[in-house]
Unconditional design. Structure first.
Length: 625
């Protein structure tokens, strides 16, 4: 079926379309209706149906004779380890972790926070939660204890599973002290932690609270999968947005399984014989969807890579992995390619490997700049496909659909909408913009299966953030345009989010940290263009008059504070002291004007500006950055 036919099929009868896709999942109990819209503007998919996501990822394939097939390839250049887990191996470990969780009274609906590096136990811990109906909350290792504490307070986990350490190029990151600190900082107290002790750095365990994960697994019986409702949460994933408080995106079980299994073939052209590699981290949505759930639901082989695109050990590591394991489709962030291109501009490393089985490279997470795409196309000689994503959706909103024969790549565009998504470009009043004109990219409600339908413990914030700006539409907070051929161009965010090295960060959260400094009177943090990371944050601070502290000291403090409170992943290294910040007469800081000056793009001085001369000082500060 062609892309157009499939899209029309969905538009003609969305319920019938998704009902058919749902037949690829094994259910304990069928739905009463495909979608429930009785609580408009909210909706839910497959109400009253029952399934188990872990069953569909593991047991189902084993029951179909694929127990000995490779499910997960662990490749860790940072520890020089490689290991292949079959579907039976993965189930064995998962069922035992599930048993261990049960023996500590963790059950349906309980939250389990997972704070682990890219190791197989992270994946089996996620699946173990799914097996017993517990809700996993994975937190990325690059966040500081304070961010971890925020997530503990909001999700109130019954138990935490953590690794003793993570490994970054040239350094070992001890996770356990960060975990201890986060537990100390949080108001909600966690009584039980399972710690996976890595050989390279074992952690001290706190008696009565911490248990060695391997020992509890050994003592536990495997647990069977339990039926959960399609609408029950599978996981909460915190993401940045609009204020310093991260949003706990809730993903359901049923819609998620249906959409992700569908997407493997439709979006990525993957069948169960393929090896699929998403070079992301399980702490991000791409890791959840396409390291863990998508490939395993499909029954193909997934790669878990604990390394970086460069420096572990060199800029050829991606091509080595593709070649060694016959990866047919890979998914990464443009920033990773830029890092490789910087070290190997002529693609010499690529020539060293046999990439005959490699079919396609997918990019997402930030705007893919055409020169990077062209470099990859030229050197890899495969289609390089940009596609648009959000944590909120869990799968692609727009792309090029290799499974549906759509292969028309326009550099800089994220392609056409996925079947299930009606994307329009709207003006401030919610009216459609003419093609080619920039506006807010919005998606018609209801969103397709897998998209979050609420925020953890905060339905009102979900409604006010996403559903209130345009009645009947989901606000993506991305701005862009749709061209005459229906291709979507995602250009920038309309809120305080920046994409730094493919990581989603809130500049508002950084401003909240800076504002706590006793010598800072006012501040603004902007995302400015960066050749490698796409964007990096830059802070502007105005000092309290009469401060005796030196500007240099305050700048150093500011950098340290963001690193300590948000984490190294914020890449917050640039701060300028200025006398004043440009504002409107009503006192609103002109962040977008400052960002435009920083990026050297065209800007108009707003008529409402309080004092245009301040912009000159900002320009000077930016020149010296
Ligand atoms: N645990 C602990 N610390 C982490 C971490 C983790 N999981 N991930 C990153 N960090 C730390 C890094 O060590 C670094 O610390 P430093 O300031 O002490 O050097 C800091 O966070 C910033 O890391 P990063 O953004 O990764 O920058 P980098 O300069 O180390 O590497 C790239 C640059 C481009 C190689 C890297 O960002 C990269 O691989 N990006 C691709 C991201 C990606 O695939 N995203 C998926 C979205 S689809
Ligand atoms: P995350 O929730 O971390 O996946 O980040 C989602 C945001 O990343 C989107 O709202 C966009 O701003 C940006 N993004 C993701 N994919 C793309 C893409 N292909 N092109 C441009 N921006 C993208």
């Amino acid at each position: 079926m062609s892309y157009e036919e499939e899209y029309d099929l969905w538009q003609d009868n969305p319920e019938q379309y998704w009902e058919k896709k749902a037949q690829n999942i094994t259910w304990y109990k069928k739905w009463t209706n495909v979608i429930d819209e009785s609580k408009k503007p909210l909706w839910s998919w497959f109400p009253n149906a029952e399934l188990n996501t872990c069953y569909n990822c593991l047991d189902f394939h084993i029951n179909n004779g694929k127990g000995n097939k490779a499910a997960l390839i662990y490749d860790s250049p940072v520890t020089e380890q490689k290991k292949i887990y079959t579907y039976s191996d993965l189930l064995n470990k998962t069922a035992r972790i599930a048993g261990a969780l049960k023996s500590f009274n963790v059950g349906k609906g309980d939250r389990v926070l997972i704070y682990m590096p890219m190791i197989p136990e992270a994946v089996t811990s996620m699946l173990a939660c799914a097996r017993i109906g517990a809700i996993h909350v994975v937190v990325f290792g690059g966040f500081a204890p304070n961010e971890l504490a925020t997530r503990i307070n909001d999700s109130k986990p019954k138990l935490i599973i953590a690794g003793s350490c993570g490994i970054e190029p040239g350094k070992i990151i001890s996770y356990k002290p960060m975990l201890d600190k986060a537990i100390e900082l949080s108001d909600y107290k966690v009584n039980t932690c399972f710690i996976y002790q890595r050989e390279i750095l074992k952690a001290d365990l706190q008696k009565g609270r911490d248990y060695d994960l391997e020992s509890v697994i050994e003592q536990s019986d495997p647990a069977p999968p339990v039926p959960v409702k399609a609408t029950d949460p599978l996981y909460i994933l915190y993401t940045s947005g609009t204020t310093g408080d991260p949003k706990g995106m809730v993903r359901d079980n049923g819609g998620h399984a249906v959409a992700l299994k569908t997407s493997m073939e439709m979006v990525y052209g993957i069948n169960s014989q393929d090896v699929f590699w998403a070079a992301s981290d399980i702490g991000w949505v791409v890791g959840h969807s396409y390291i863990v759930y998508g490939p395993l639901l499909k029954g193909c082989t997934t790669v878990l890579f604990e390394g970086k695109p460069v420096g572990t050990p060199d800029a050829g590591v991606f091509w080595r992995v593709i070649s060694e394991y016959n990866v047919s489709v890979m998914f990464t962030a443009p920033t990773a390619l830029r890092a490789i291109k910087r070290e190997d501009p002529e693609g010499k490393e690529i020539q060293k490997y046999n990439l005959d089985n490699f079919k396609m490279l997918f990019l997402a997470g930030e705007r893919a700049d055409p020169p990077t795409i062209q470099w990859a196309e030229k050197n890899l000689n495969v289609p390089v496909i940009d596609h648009w994503w959000q944590t909120e959706t869990g799968w692609t909103i727009a792309g090029n659909f290799s499974g549906l024969g759509l292969f028309n790549v326009k550099h800089g565009s994220t392609g056409k909408p996925s079947p299930g998504f009606d994307v329009q470009c709207l003006d401030d009043n919610g009216n459609p913009k003419a093609s080619g004109e920039i506006g807010s990219l919005a998606i018609k409600l209801p969103l397709p299966p897998s998209c979050s339908t609420t925020l953890w413990n905060n339905e009102e914030r979900y409604k006010s953030t996403y559903l209130e700006q345009f009645k009947g539409w989901y606000t993506s907070a991305d701005a862009g345009y749709i061209d005459n051929d229906g291709y979507i161009w995602v250009m920038s965010r309309t809120d305080d989010i920046i994409n730094c090295a493919g990581h989603r960060l809130s500049t508002g959260a950084m401003e909240e940290v800076l504002a706590k400094h006793p010598d800072v009177a006012e501040c603004a943090v902007l995302g400015i263009k960066d050749e490698l990371k796409g964007q990096v944050p830059m802070g502007f601070i105005v000092l309290n008059s009469g401060t005796t502290n030196s500007a240099d000291n305050i700048v150093n403090d500011a950098i340290k504070m963001v690193r300590e409170e948000i984490g190294p992943v914020a890449s917050f290294r640039k701060v300028k002291v200025v006398k004043r910040l440009p504002k409107t007469r009503s006192g609103k800081i002109l962040r977008s004007t400052m960002a435009a000056i920083a990026d050297g793009s065209h800007y108009r001085i707003p008529a409402t500006i309080d004092d245009p001369d301040i912009l000159e000082e900002i320009k000077l500060a930016l020149k010296q950055r």
